[in-house]
Write a protein that binds this ligand. Structure first.
Ligand code: IVH
Length: 677
């Protein structure tokens, strides 16, 4: 083993140990900063010496590879589902059936039922080699690259693990990450996910594993396939997995009879409300493997296990009125005002009616009695109407046709359930939304303007577009007042902008002129252009003129840019107000092109070349793309007659290969590519 190889091995082991301490033991022994330093060191080394990268390298945790189409894989053992029960009586029946099939005492294991999606993980010689979704139970999608980004899933087992093992569990998204993701989506005008399960499922099927890593999924272990060899009971098998590097289930308790199970159920029906993730029930399993075998399974589900589903708490409440709220991106949300009712520990007075289609589907009339439910979820929702209590002449609740804030006619796009106000440039909540987005941390990061100060500037008529920030003067700001409404027994307060505040604001604005083009492009608020897309656009077009002049087809050459995003960019630059704003910002000194350092090329060996990257490489795919750009080339997403060559890794899709051959476009290997540059 040479020096470099040794160094890579050492770094891999060290970082994996830190990951273990952090994810499995909740006990980090290194600062985030030092950790990032180590990881970057390894990323750089692996980039230079891909031949020494190890299969359990922690660099896979940050993602980077792109899967265009997931491979379908047949499960070695089918992935069964569980029978559902809803009452104590059902649980007693389950226990009776079990005792008809086996003699003597039966020990049960009680667990939480995680509300996410099932995954099968296969480890060969201790290495995670495959992660497959449940699919139809017989075959599912190979989502290995995405699953490798999940910190609580070991990439390599430790201890005396068997040569081949299949582990199953649930992929979930916790409440914190779910809410962050939805906030980000709303900020760029994307529809939020309805619940954490949908968010987890949508995330696991993303093509870009770096985005999966960013969103933060989690894994909950619950089952081992083909376990008989190394444990006698389910409980012990999960403990074994703990020895081999998995996290122990949050809750797993043995009960000696069904009454103990029922106690567990009551206990967790209350405690689940304070868990940081969704559970929709508990799962009860016969602990002893021999007994499980004796009891057997049907084609669909095991007879030795059952799920008890918690009753979602649901209460009737009378509809008082409907408000229509206009969000920062113009989406109009109907909100029901209800007679206050206690539900799941809080008093509910309002609940979202989501959108126009839902109001119509439930056929809601004025003064209706609605059912409000709080399941595992955080936000109460309307789940039905008590039609028997409807007043005879009650008119239907009508969705408004004009924006309550600015009067513009509302729009509903074909095939979308959301209704929105199209008057982005003149509708007050949308103007404020754009201003707040502009100064936010990931955009221009002008934190001295936070905490409602933007609103004060807006209300005083000082800013209408982000460009106005750069024209503000000391005298205009000094002495402005901010009202903080009375709350929780405290009287209304008035805070005025003093010298120090004003100086900080002006300094913050001044400093934002140093923010790079990538973030400026995110900050100016083009619908559907999030952080990552902005970065890719900035690197591809290099300056705003090239971007503003690009056609939809040209825009779609950029990775991740489809018809919808391209259309939105073209529309944006067609609006004279937007062009004026960009020009005003540029005149004020805001960056609208990549800096010399950012565009500096390692070489111009690929100058003018359009390159399609496809397949799996020895380094993350984004790394390959960066090398192309650094050497003057352009990454394009699909093969056309204008493509200069296709850079093919392993497992390049046959469709791409055929297309390249048909158009007589050269196909180049990773090795040949390194030689070229
Ligand atoms: S055991 C042989 N345990 O519920 C059955 N499943 O309808 C193995 N689930 O597809 C499943 N929490 O996705 C088991 N603690 C738990 C679970 C659990 C959630 C999911 C799983 C399964 C579905 C059953």
């Amino acid at each position: 083993m040479n020096n470099i190889e040794e160094q890579i091995k050492h770094l891999t082991e060290e970082i994996n140990q830190h990951n273990y301490n952090y994810y499995m033991l909740d006990n980090p022994t290194i600062s985030d900063y030092d950790f990032d330093q180590l990881l970057n060191q390894l990323i750089q080394l692996e980039k230079q010496y891909p031949e020494y990268a190890l299969p359990d390298s922690p660099t896979q945790r940050v993602g980077g590879s792109v899967t265009k189409q997931f491979r379908t894989v047949k499960h070695v053992f089918p992935m069964l589902s569980l029978g559902n029960t809803y009452s104590e009586e059902d649980l007693l029946d389950f226990d009776r059936r079990i005792h008809e099939l086996v003699n003597g005492q039966v020990e049960y294991v009680c667990e939480l039922k995680y509300d996410g999606l099932a995954i099968s993980l296969v480890y060969e010689n201790g290495l995670l080699i495959r992660a497959v979704t449940r699919g139809d139970g017989v075959q599912g999608d190979d989502v290995t690259a995405n699953v490798k980004t999940i910190g609580t899933i070991p990439l390599r087992l430790k201890g005396d693990y068997p040569d081949l093992i299949e582990v199953r569990g649930e992929i979930i998204m916790n409440h914190q990450n779910f809410e962050r993701l939805n906030r980000e989506r709303e900020e760029i005008g994307e529809a939020p996910f309805a619940n954490p399960r949908n968010a987890a499922s949508g995330t696991l099927k993303l093509q870009d594993s770096a985005e999966v890593a960013r969103r933060g999924l989690d894994f909950k272990l619950y089952f081992v396939v083909g376990h008989q060899h190394y444990a006698a009971t389910h409980f012990d098998s999960l403990n074994k997995l703990h020895d081999w590097g998995f996290r122990q289930p949050d809750v797993m308790e043995k009960r000696t009879d069904i009454n103990g199970v029922i106690d567990f159920m009551h206990e967790w029906d209350v405690k689940r409300k304070s868990l940081p993730f969704d559970t929709d029930g508990i799962v009860i399993k016969v602990n002893d493997f021999d007994m499980q075998q004796q009891i057997g399974s049907t084609a669909k589900s095991p007879r030795w296990a059952i799920a008890y589903k918690f009753k979602a708490e649901r209460v009737p409440s009378k509809l008082l009125s409907v408000d229509f709220q206009v969000g920062r991106t113009g989406i109009v949300t109907p909100v029901a005002n209800l007679t206050p009712v206690p539900l799941g520990g809080t008093v509910v007075k309002r609940a979202s009616l989501h959108n126009k289609d839902i109001i119509e589907a439930y056929d809601i009339h004025e003064n209706d009695v609605l059912y409000v439910e709080k399941g595992g979820e955080i936000i109460p929702k309307i789940v039905g109407v008590d039609v028997s209590q409807r007043e005879l002449d009650a008119p239907k609740v009508k969705f408004i046709t004009r924006c309550p804030e600015c009067g513009a006619e509302l729009v509903q796009n074909e095939g979308e359930s959301g209704t929105f106000c199209p008057n982005e440039l003149h509708c007050p909540p949308q103007i404020k939304g754009k201003l707040e987005h502009f100064i936010s941390r990931k955009a221009m990061n002008i934190d001295s303007l936070g905490e409602g100060k933007v609103e004060v500037l807006f209300d005083n008529g000082l800013v209408r577009t982000p460009a106005d920030f750069y024209q503000l003067s000391y005298d205009q700001l000094l002495g402005l007042e901010k009202r903080i409404p009375a709350s929780e027994g405290k009287a209304e307060r008035v805070v005025s902008f003093r010298e120090k505040t004003v100086e900080n604001i002006l300094n913050g604005i001044q400093k934002s002129k140093e923010v790079g083009f990538e973030r400026v492009l995110f900050a100016i608020g083009i619908r559907y252009v999030g952080e990552t897309t902005a970065k890719k656009l900035a690197r591809y077009f290099k300056n705003v003129d090239a971007l503003a002049n690009a056609t939809a087809e040209e825009l779609m050459q950029v990775d991740d840019v489809g018809e919808r995003v391209a259309g939105s960019i073209v529309d944006y630059f067609l609006q004279p107000e937007n062009l004026e704003m960009v020009i005003a910002l540029r005149n004020a000194g805001v960056q609208f092109e990549l800096s010399a350092a950012e565009t500096q090329l390692a070489s111009d060996k690929l100058a003018g070349k359009s390159i399609v990257v496809s397949g799996v490489f020895s380094v993350p795919r984004d790394e390959i793309k960066r090398l192309i750009e650094q050497n003057g080339g352009k990454n394009v997403s699909s093969i056309s007659k204008n493509t200069d060559f296709v850079l093919a890794g392993e497992k390049m899709g046959p469709e791409k290969r055929n297309k390249a051959q048909k158009l007589e476009i050269p196909i180049i290997s990773e090795e040949e590519f390194y030689k070229m540059i």
